[in-house]
Design a protein around this ligand. Structure first.
Ligand code: AMP
Length: 522
C-alpha cells in the first residue's frame, strides 16, 4: 500500500510529515528522534555517507568533506569530488532526499518504493533550480507527484483547501532568508500571484543586533574594557545572543547571566530597546511586503484577506504587530516551523487519495479527493534577452531587456519579441536569454542568469537595424524553447538552444550510479 508524505527540503533544515486520510497527522522524526534533519551531508574519503545531525557533528573534524546549504547551489552546473566520486548539486541533494525517504519508510512502515511525495521549493526558484530538484528526486528514486511552492504549502497548512476563496499573503522569515508571496485559488487551481523577498535577511541579522546590545552592556561593567578582548567573553556573548532573542519573544525584559573565569556578568536587555535597534530590518521586510502586494494587484489578484506567518523568526512579536498596524488584516501564526511540511503532506495525501479514488478529511469535512487542485504554474522570474553581434567592433555595454514578466501564467505559447541587427550586412546574431536573478528585474547583465542561448547564422546582406524575431515558448513544466527568424523568413536559420544548469537523463543516470555506489558502501 502506498503512503503519502510531504517534504520541506530546506536550506538549513528539512522536515517530513505524513497526513492520514482521516485527518490525523504525524511528524517523521530522524532515527535519533529529532523533529528536523539538518540539510548537511558528509562523505568520508572512503565514500561513507552521513546525512543530518551526524554530518553536522563532523563539521569540526572533517570540514572539507561536509556539504552545507546545497539548496543554494541547485541549478548550478558543476560537480565536486567526494569519496572518489564526482557529485553534482542534484546528486548531493538526492542523498538528503534518500535519507528523508528512508526515515519515512521506517516510521510509516512501508517500503521506500511505495512512498508518494510532494516536495516543496521556494516560489522564486527559476526553471533550472526547479528542474534540478526534480532531477534530485529522480536520482534518489523517490516518487514525487508535485514540486509545490513553499507559500502555497503554507497556505494549505493554514486551511486553504477548506477555504478556497481566501487570498493570503505568506510572510516567511527564517534564519537566513526572507520570502513573501501572495497566493490564492482561481477556478479550483492554486495560484502564486507574486513573489518577493531578500536572499539574505533573517534571524541571524536580528541575532547580530542583540550581540551589539550585549556588548554595550559589557562595556558598562567596571572591567568592561578588558572583557571586550577576552575570547571566552566573546564566545559567550555570541552564544547568548540567539537565546536572548528567543526569550524576548515571550517576555519584555531579559536578564542574562554569563559565567566566565570565576565571575558572573549580568546583562539586561529590554524588548523595547531590541525593537528600536532592529527597526531597519523590520522596515526592509515591510518594503518587500508592500511591493509584493502591489505586484499581485497589478497581476489581477483579488485583495489579500489574511496574512500567514511561517519561519521561526515570525515568533518575534514585532513582526505580527507591524503587519497588523500596516495592513489591518488578520495575521495568523501556528507552528511556523512545520507549516510548509504540513501543507505539503496535506496536498500529497490529497493527490494520492485522488489516484486511489478515495476520500480524505480536510478540517471538518470529508471530501472525495480530486487531483484538480494543482498549482497553476507561473513564470517564476522575468525572462529577457541580451543581443550582441558576433562581428566587431561593438562598444556599447550589453544589457538585458526583459520581455516576459515574472508571474505570467504557464504555458506560454509562441511569445514573439523583436530585436534588430546592429551592423550593416551582419551575418549572424548570437541570442542569449537570461532569467532575472534578484527580486526585481534589473537590466545589468550580472544581475541576471543565463537561461538558453543560440545563434542565427547565414543572414542575407541587409542594413543594420533589420528585424530578427524571437519566438519563446515555456511549457507548464518550465521547459523553455527558443526559435528565431529574420524578416520575410529569408535567412537560413540555425538555432541551437539548451537550458543551462539542467541535468539531462544521461547525467541523471550517471548520478544515480554514483549515489547508489556511495549508499551501498554505507
Ligand atoms: P527557520 O529557518 O524557519 O527554522 O527559522 C529559524 C530562525 O527562527 C532562527 O533565526 C531562530 O533564531 C528563529 N526563532 C526560532 N524561535 C524563535 C523565537 N521564539 N523568537 C524569535 N526567533 C525565533
Amino acid at each position: 500500500m502506498k503512503k503519502s508524505i510531504g517534504i520541506d527540503l530546506g536550506t538549513t533544515y528539512c522536515c517530513v510529515m505524513h497526513y492520514e486520510a482521516d485527518g490525523s497527522e504525524e511528524l517523521v522524526p530522524t532515527d535519533m528522534g529529532a523533529p528536523l534533519t539538518p540539510s548537511i551531508v558528509h562523505i568520508s574519503s572512503d565514500g561513507e555517507v552521513t546525512v543530518g545531525e551526524d554530518a553536522r557533528d563532523l563539521l569540526l573534524e572533517d570540514a572539507d568533506n561536509v556539504i552545507v546549504g546545497i539548496k543554494r547551489e541547485m541549478g548550478r552546473e558543476y560537480s565536486l569530488e567526494y569519496g572518489g566520486q564526482l557529485l553534482t548539486p542534484e546528486g548531493i541533494s538526492a542523498l538528503i532526499l534518500n535519507q528523508l525517504g528512508n526515515d519515512a519508510a521506517r516510521v510509516l512502515n512501508v517500503p521506500y518504493e511505495e512512498l508518494s511525495c510532494v516536495i516543496t521549493i521556494p516560489a522564486y526558484f527559476g526553471v533550472a533550480e526547479r528542474e534540478a530538484t526534480a532531477a534530485a528526486a529522480r536520482i534518489a528514486n523517490l516518487h514525487w507527484e508535485e514540486l509545490l511552492p513553499e507559500p502555497v504549502a503554507a497556505a494549505y497548512a493554514y486551511g486553504l483547501a477548506e477555504q478556497p476563496n481566501l487570498t493570503s499573503l505568506v510572510f516567511d522569515l527564517g534564519g537566513g532568508t526572507f520570502d513573501v508571496a501572495v497566493v490564492g485559488m482561481v477556478r479550483g487551481h492554486y495560484r502564486v500571484w507574486a513573489v518577493d523577498g531578500e536572499a539574505r535577511l533573517g534571524g541571524l541579522d536580528w541575532d547580530a543586533r542583540i550581540e551589539d546590545l550585549l556588548w554595550e552592556e559589557v562595556e558598562q561593567l567596571p572591567d568592561g574594557e578588558d572583557l571586550l578582548f577576552d575570547e571566552d567573553v566573546i564566545g559567550a556573548v555570541h552564544d547568548a545572543s540567539e537565546r536572548v532573542k528567543r526569550k524576548l519573544s515571550g517576555v519584555d525584559k531579559v536578564t542574562e547571566r554569563i559565567r566566565i573565569a570565576g565571575q558572573t556578568i549580568t546583562l539586561r536587555i529590554s524588548r523595547d530597546r531590541f525593537e528600536e535597534v532592529t527597526y531597519d530590518l523590520l522596515l526592509r521586510s515591510l518594503q518587500a511586503t508592500r511591493r509584493v502586494m502591489e505586484t499581485a494587484n497589478a497581476a489581477g489578484a483579488p485583495p489579500v484577506d489574511q496574512i500567514l506567518l511561517i519561519g521561526g523568526s515570525t515568533r518575534m512579536p514585532m513582526i505580527r504587530e507591524a503587519l497588523t498596524r500596516e495592513f489591518g488584516l488578520p495575521v495568523r501564526l501556528t507552528d511556523p516551523d512545520k507549516a510548509v511540511a504540513r501543507g505539503a503532506a496535506i496536498m500529497s495525501e490529497q493527490l494520492l487519495a485522488a489516484k486511489e479514488r478515495r476520500t480524505v478529511k480536510l478540517g471538518e469535512t470529508t471530501v472525495l479527493a480530486s487531483s484538480a487542485n494543482r498549482v497553476v504554474s507561473v513564470l517564476p522570474r522575468s525572462i529577457g534577452v541580451r543581443l550582441y553581434s558576433s562581428q566587431g567592433p561593438y562598444t556599447d555595454e550589453p544589457y538585458i531587456q526583459h520581455f516576459l514578466p515574472a508571474n505570467t501564467p504557464l504555458p506560454i505559447a509562441r511569445h514573439r519579441h523583436s530585436v534588430s541587427t546592429i551592423v550593416d550586412n551582419q551575418e549572424s546574431v548570437r541570442i542569449e536569454l537570461f532569467e532575472q536573478g534578484g527580486n526585481v528585474p534589473s537590466p545589468r547583465v550580472e544581475d541576471n542568469r543565463p537561461l538558453i542561448e543560440g545563434e542565427i547564422s547565414g543572414i542575407p546582406p541587409s542594413l543594420a537595424g533589420s528585424e530578427v524575431q524571437l519566438i519563446v515558448s515555456v511549457s507548464v513544466d518550465g521547459l523553455v524553447s527558443l526559435e528565431a527568424s529574420t524578416a520575410r523568413g529569408r535567412a537560413t536559420l540555425h538555432v541551437e538552444a539548451f537550458v543551462h544548469g539542467v541535468l539531462d537523463e544521461q547525467e541523471v543516470e550517471k548520478q544515480k550510479r554514483v549515489t547508489s555506489l556511495l549508499l551501498r558502501g554505507k
